[in-house]
Design a protein around this ligand. Structure first.
Ligand code: HEM
Length: 403
C-alpha cells in the first residue's frame, strides 16, 4: 500500500514554500497582507510536513526494529489526522470555535491511536519498549498536551487549566517536547546506519532520554505556572541533553571529510544552531535587559526556530526516509542541497536582523524570500523520489520496506 503520509508531506512542503513566498511579498508590500496566514505558515510546516511524516514513519520504524511485518497504513488514523488538519486550516484563521474544537479533537484522537499502535509494535517476547520508541511515545505524550493547549487557546481553556502563558506552553510542549524528543529518537535510529559507526558514548543515550524528557517537562510547567523554578532547571537539563546528543554524533565523524563533503550532515547538525539561538537569548528577555526588544523577539523568534530548526531538520530526513521507503535500491543518503543550506541560514540571520533594526520589513521579507529559495530544491528532490511511485507510469510499482 502506498504511504499516503509522504504524499501529504510533499503537498504541505510545497504549500509551505508558497506561503513563505507570500510572506516575502507582503513584507515588501508587493501584495497586501493576508490575515491569518501566519498561523498557517508555521503549521504547514509543523503539522503539515513534519507531523504527517512522523505519522507515516514511526510505525514502519517500530515494526522494522521489532522484526515484525510491515504494518499496513492505518486509514482510520490517516483520516482523523487529515480531517482534523483540514478543519484547523479552515477554522483557526477565522477563529471559528466549533471548527477549532472538532479539528483539535480529531488530531488528538489520531495521536492517541498512533501511540497505541507504536506501543503494540514491539517484539512479542519483550515487555519493555525500545529506546527510540520511548523517545517517540514520550514525544507524542507532549504533543497531546500541546494539542489541548493549542486547541484551547481560543476556547478559554487556559483559564480553566490555570495556565499563565498559554501560547508559550503550547510552543514548548510541541517544540521541546514533541519535536525534540522525536528528532532525538530519529537521530538514534538513523545515525549508525547512515554514518556506519556507533555513537561516541553509546551508554549515554538512556540518560539523554531522561534528561530531555524531564527538561521538556520543566519547560512546559515553567510558563504554565509562570515560574522560573521549573523553566531554569528544565532549560539546563534539555540543553545539556541536546548538546550531549550532538557531541555523540559529531565526535565520531569529526575527521571524516567524506561526510562533511555532503550537505545532509550539515543540515542535520547546523539546524540546531536555530534551536539554541532563542535559548541563548532567553536570559536577556527574562532579565528584561533595557533596550532589548523582548516583545519583538517573542513575536518573531518562533518562526526562526520553525524554519531554521524544524524545517531544516526535515530537509535532511524527509528525502532520506522517502528514499528508503520508495527507492529501496538507492543508497540511503540524507537529503538537502548546498543552496538550501546557505539560504536557510542567511534567512534566519535576516529574520533576527529584522527584529533589531528600524523598518525591519525589508529584512523580514528577505528572510522569507530566502526560505522560499531554501525549500524549493527539497520539494524538487522529494518530487523526483515520489513521482515514479505515485505518477501514472508506475502506479503498480510494488513498494517494499527497506532492509
Ligand atoms: C492540533 C495541533 C495544534 C493546534 C490546535 C495549534 C494551535 C495554535 C494556535 C491557536 C496558535 C496561536 C496563533 C496565534 O497566536 O496567532 C499556535 C501557535 C504556534 N504553534 Fe501551534 N497548534 C498545533 C500544533 C503545533 C505543532 C505540532 C507545533 C510544532 C512545533 C506548533 C507550533 C506553534 C508555534 C511555533 C506557534 C507560534 C507561531 C508564531 O508566533 O508565529 N503548533 N498554534
Amino acid at each position: 500500500m502506498m504511504n499516503l503520509y509522504f504524499l501529504m508531506t510533499f503537498l504541505f512542503l510545497a504549500v509551505a514554500g508558497l506561503t513563505a513566498l507570500d510572506a516575502a511579498l507582503t513584507s515588501w508590500t508587493i501584495i497586501p497582507w493576508v490575515n491569518g496566514l501566519r498561523w498557517l505558515r508555521v503549521h504547514f510546516i509543523t503539522l503539515g510536513a513534519l507531523t504527517e511524516l512522523l505519522f507515516g514513519l514511526l510505525p514502519l520504524l517500530a515494526a522494522k526494529r521489532a522484526s515484525l511485518p510491515k504494518p499496513r497504513t492505518r486509514l482510520d488514523i490517516w483520516l482523523l489526522l487529515n480531517a482534523g488538519l483540514m478543519l484547523l486550516l479552515a477554522g483557526i484563521p477565522i477563529v471559528n470555535q466549533v471548527l477549532i474544537f472538532v479539528g483539535g479533537t480529531l488530531i488528538f484522537a489520531a495521536t492517541l491511536l498512533l501511540g497505541h499502535q507504536l506501543y503494540q509494535l514491539r517484539p512479542a517476547n519483550r515487555a519493555t519498549l525500545s529506546l527510540p520508541n520511548r523517545f517517540y511515545l514520550t514525544g507524542l505524550g507532549f504533543f497531546l498536551v500541546g494539542i489541548i493547549v493549542g486547541t484551547g487557546l481560543w476556547l478559554g481553556w487556559s483559564d480553566v487549566l490555570a495556565i499563565q502563558v498559554p501560547i508559550e506552553v503550547h510552543i514548548h510542549a510541541n517544540n521541546w517536547g514533541l519535536m525534540s524528543l522525536v528528532f532525538a529518537g530519529l537521530l538514534i535510529e538513523l545515525y549508525p546506519r547512515v554514518m556506519k559507526r556507533p555513537f561516541h558514548w553509546p551508554n549515554s543515550l538512556n540518560k539523554i532520554y531522561w534528561m530531555m524528557s524531564l527538561g521538556a517537562l520543566g519547560l512546559v510547567l515553567g510558563p504554565w505556572f509562570s515560574s522560573l523554578y521549573f523553566t531554569v532547571p528544565g532549560l539546563v537539563l534539555h540543553l545539556s541533553a541536546t548538546i550531549w546528543l550532538l557531541l555523540n554524533i559529531i565526535k565520531p565523524v569529526w575527521g571524516d571529510r567524506a561526510q562533511w563533503a555532503k550537505p545532509g550532515l550539515w543540515h542535520l547538525l547546523t539546524a540546531y544552531f536555530w534551536f539554541l539561538a532563542p535559548v541563548l537569548i532567553a536570559p536577556l528577555i527574562i532579565l528584561q535587559v533595557p533596550g532589548f526588544p523582548g516583545a519583538g523577539i517573542e513575536a518573531n523568534a518562533p518562526q526562526a526556530l520553525i524554519y531554521g530548526w524544524v524545517l531544516q531538520f526535515g530537509f535532511a530526513i524527509i528525502p532520506y526516509f522517502a528514499r528508503r521507503l520508495f527507492q529501496p535500491e538507492a543508497e540511503a543518503a540524507l537529503g538537502g542541497s548546498w543552496l538550501s543550506l546557505i539560504a536557510v541560514h542567511v534567512g534566519g540571520v535576516a529574520l533576527w536582523v529584522s527584529i533589531f533594526v528600524e523598518n525591519g520589513g525589508v529584512w523580514h521579507g528577505l528572510a522569507y524570500g530566502l526560505w522560499t529559495i531554501a525549500i524549493m530544491p527539497i520539494v524538487v528532490e522529494l518530487w523526483r523520489i515520489l513521482h515514479p511511485v505515485f505518477g501514472d507510469e508506475h502506479v503498480d510499482t510494488a513498494v517494499s520496506p527497506t532492509d
